[in-house]
Design a protein around this ligand. Sequence first.
Ligand SMILES: [Zn+2]
Length: 53
Amino acid sequence: MGKDKKLCKWDKEDIQADFKKLKKLVKKPKYVCEKCGRAAREDSALCRPVELE
Ligand SMILES: [Zn+2]
């Protein structure tokens, strides 16, 4: 999988293969994806990031 694949696009295989990276991405989230409902610390990890209050 590509390094810059957005968290929104991760499937089960990606999650299993890169679980450590996933934990970093979702730790203390600052953004939530308006489209997919996933949360991440970096807006670049999401396809439609909205800042969390
Ligand atoms: Zn998304």
